[in-house]
Design a binder for this molecule. Structure first.
Ligand SMILES: [Zn+2]
Length: 423
């Protein structure tokens, strides 16, 4: 069906996915759908697990098999992109990593692709960006959304539970990250629109309500999650950035990833981290709402900032510094706005439907998703450090920056962690 048929509001002109197919058993329509979009006889980008999950193991001979441990990094994009030279399009079979690599590599080749999703594990299917690791830093780079998205509820329900739980974790950040976007606009006039929320909120609510059906492989629950994740990607395209779905909780997750990669340690699922990190940022918002007399921060000098970034981020410092420096240069101006307008901004935040950390944890628990640091395999001490440093890694204002500027952080990190319920 056409995208607008699953969307409750009229969509603006944008480079959006044309068609979305969500239902049981629709994997068999793959070739017909591919033909509609002119991507027949084109490479299938996959890995051994995703090919198996889609039941296509013996069906496709023109494959770009990424292998079992592929990373969505610039080097792999280059490799896939080269293999696509001369192709008229591509079919991606997979979820996060496969979709990101296919999306970026197809964009580089200026060819269309369609995706058969093998897990409701993240909200990037329909987005116009790809999350790629470049020189140690997780960055979002422009790419065209797939022409069509096919999500077979039976495949989604059979996907490893931890992938589905990660999809729910990624989705559940939405009201909190959208508040970060609103807050950034309140202090820096960066632009905010309610349209992305109108596109996705009803679907997020349906997926959250159905979360307890996910472990039981309820097909409707999996369809609801898949629909919400697709619309979350659409919301990002309409917003022109990932801001409505990616705030401070994503920065925490990204820094966990960046440090693990540098240390040669395994990374965890994005959405699993985001779900737990959202409990933390939701708890931080509670402190902002209680903050009636901010003690505004002193802005460090350029030299002091550079020394701190060097000391605290070590091998990642060089790639992080430009982002941190840019934010720091605007900090005085932000604090001036906060000084003059904090009480109105706080009222505005209070009017938003910010979930409490316990609400988020309850939903995660209903789906057996990780809702504590221990379930994530993370320590309190390391999380406290990453929570303190995460704002440095991207030039995007989130609740993490504002909490520092209001004097809430770093002093109350332990209190936030306690109130988040994740420790
Ligand atoms: Zn995400």
């Amino acid at each position: 069906m056409k995208l607008h048929e699953i969307c409750p509001v009229e969509l603006p002109e944008a480079d959006l996915t044309d068609s979305v197919y969500i239902g049981s058993g629709i994997r068999t329509d793959l070739q017909d759908i591919a033909a509609q979009f002119g991507v027949t006889d084109t490479p299938v980008i996959c890995d051994p697990n995703t090919l198996n999950a889609a039941g296509l193991k013996n069906q496709s001979d023109h494959r770009i098999d990424l292998g079992p441990h592929a990373h969505a990094d610039a080097e792999t994009v280059g490799r896939v992109s080269e293999k696509l030279t001369g192709a008229a399009g591509a079919i991606a079979v997979g979820s996060g990593t496969v979709n990101d690599l296919a999306k970026r590599a197809c964009a580089q080749n200026e060819i269309p692709y369609i995706v058969l999703g093998t897990a409701a594990s993240m909200n990037g299917y329909a987005s116009g960006i790809a999350a790629i690791l470049d020189q140690g830093v997780k960055t979002t780079v422009p790419a065209r959304p797939p022409r069509a998205i096919i999500l077979d509820c039976e495949i989604l329900a059979d996907a490893p539970a931890r992938l589905t739980q990660a999809g729910l974790g990624d989705l559940i950040s939405k009201p909190v990250s959208d508040s970060d976007w609103w807050l950034a606009d309140a202090v820096e006039k960066t632009g905010y629109s309610e349209l992305p929320s109108l596109i996705v909120d009803h679907a997020v609510a349906a997926a959250v309500n159905a979360a307890s059906g996910l472990p039981e492989k309820d097909l409707n629950a999996h369809g609801a999650l898949g629909t919400a994740l697709v619309l979350s990607g659409v919301a990002m395209v309409v917003a022109g950035s990932s801001s409505p779905a990616s705030g401070g909780e994503h920065l925490i997750s990204h820094l966990w990833d960046m440090e693990n990669v540098v240390l040669g340690q395994p990374t965890r699922l994005h959405g699993a981290q985001v779900g737990v990190a959202t409990c933390i940022t939701a708890a931080l918002y509670q402190l902002l709402l209680e903050c009636t007399n901010p003690v505004f921060a002193r802005v460090p000098s350029r030299q002091a900032l550079e020394t701190r970034i060097q000391d605290e981020h070590g091998p990642l410092a060089a790639s992080i510094l430009p982002h941190a420096r840019s934010k720091n240069e605007r900090a005085e101006a932000r604090i001036a706005v906060l000084r003059d307008n904090w009480s109105e901004i706080r009222d505005g935040l209070a009017d938003r439907t910010l979930p409490k950390p316990e609400d988020i944890r309850r939903t995660l628990c209903a789906a057996n998703a990780p809702s504590t640091l221990a379930e994530l395999g993370e320590t309190r001490a390391n999380t406290a450090r990453v929570f303190r440093l995460a704002r440095d890694i991207r030039n995007r204002i989130t609740v993490l920056d504002i909490a520092f500027e209001l004097g809430i952080l770093p002093g109350r990190i332990d209190e936030v962690l306690d109130r988040s319920g994740v420790v």
